[in-house]
Ligand binder design. Structure first.
Ligand code: IPM
Ligand code: MG
Length: 357
């Protein structure tokens, strides 16, 4: 039976970059990949049409799909909206409704792009780290939350950081399984010196790794130190596992080590192996519609989809090799451009990957 993929282009540069990733999927289709694509609306695009960033038909199609490919959501146009109607809620809703608790964010430095990093080549060359971010709990979803008025008339904003043992266990398990397929080093990031919630996180992480993954070498780090170590000596890490909000912050910092956030894919997985795949960068409204966005992060997200949801590791490797090949050819979108390289647009880059395939 063919696999169903729901394509959600979203906002800003989303439609441009997703179009290139779809070309790659179509190309693999001619090589025997048996897939059917559906399209849906999410984010600001969905709000404009349906008055909600996550319409029911989109959610129903996502539930029925084997995998979801998402571009990006958000933009200044929707910033005045109430937080519950903003495009970002569409993304958070998909994560929550599909139970996509395990978010894999690799930060890999392509040797061809070493010069684009803000850090010295010897600090970042060969960098290959993976941040595993808990994605459906923590302060992003904790109740109670809101803005209330105090007795003295001033307003107070509040959110709640909560993690149950079960939530911690499953994300640490997910990260440990991946660490077992890599260098078997796992660093759990918390703020256990201040926050009880992450004191529990540390305790449960230790128990899960000690009892279920004795070959994994576990270390713990406070999040402030982890942020510093990421820019000081990033290659000390193999796999990092952390909470929703710490992972949001650390993964942006890690992305920048690789020179361009335009290169990095991500996977968000649930317990059934269903996944949502998206580039780490956002909707980049400042360059939307100009044809200059870098489609490689989205194309590499397709590779993650093939590996984690479609059980096609060989095809995933082919995409990754094709991306390396276009980089070797010197083709660069503006975000990764350097001296002596050939500047190309979004579509040309996508076409080059398809040719390399
Ligand atoms: C991310 C983004 C999202 C997040 C936003 C768009 C809601 O920053 O995927 O990292 O905070 O999780
Ligand atoms: Mg983020």
């Amino acid at each position: 039976m063919s696999k169903r993929i729901l394509v959600l282009p979203g906002d800003g540069i989303g439609p441009e970059i997703v179009a290139e990733a779809v070309k790659v999927l179509d190309r693999l289709g001619t090589d025997g990949l048996d897939i059917e694509l559906d399209q849906g609306l999410v984010g600001g695009a969905a709000y404009d049409d349906h008055g909600t960033p996550l319409p029911e038909p989109t959610l129903a199609m996502a539930r029925a799909a084997d995998a979801v490919l998402l571009g990006a959501v958000g933009g200044p146009k929707w910033e005045p909206l109430d937080i519950a109607l903003r495009p970002e809620k569409g993304l958070l809703g998909l994560r929550a409704e599909l139970g996509l608790f395990s978010n894999l964010r690799p930060a890999i430095l392509y040797p061809q792009l070493a010069g684009a990093s803000s850090l010295r080549p010897e600090i970042v060359s060969g960098l290959d780290i993976l941040i595993v971010r808990e994605l459906t709990g923590g302060i992003y979803f904790g109740q109670p939350r809101g803005i209330r008025t105090l007795d003295d008339g001033q307003r107070q904003g509040f959110n709640t950081l909560v993690y149950s043992e079960r939530e911690i266990e499953r994300i640490v398990r997910s990260a440990s399984e991946i660490a077992m397929r890599r260098d078997r080093r796992l660093c759990s990031v918390d703020k256990a010196n201040v926050l009880e919630c992450t004191e529990l996180w540390r305790e449960v992480a230790t128990r899960v790794v000690e009892t279920e993954f004795p070959q994994v070498e576990l270390s713990h780090m406070y999040v402030d130190n982890a942020a510093m170590q990421l820019v000081r000596q990033p290659k000390q890490f193999d796999v990092m596992v952390t909470t929703n909000m710490f992972g949001d912050i650390l993964s942006d910092a890690a992305a920048m080590l690789t020179g361009s956030i335009g290169m990095l894919p991500s996977a968000s997985l649930n317990a059934k192996g269903q996944g949502m795949y998206e580039p780490i960068h956002g909707s980049a409204p400042d360059i939307a519609g100009q044809g200059v966005a870098n489609p490689l992060a989205t194309i590499l997200s397709v590779a993650m989809m093939l590996r984690f949801s479609l059980d096609e590791p060989a095809m995933a490797a082919r995409i990754e090799a094709a991306v390396e090949q276009v980089l070797d050819q010197g083709l660069r979108t503006p975000d990764i451009l350097s001296d002596g390289m050939t500047r190309v647009g979004c579509e040309e880059m996508g076409d080059a990957v398809v040719r390399a395939l």
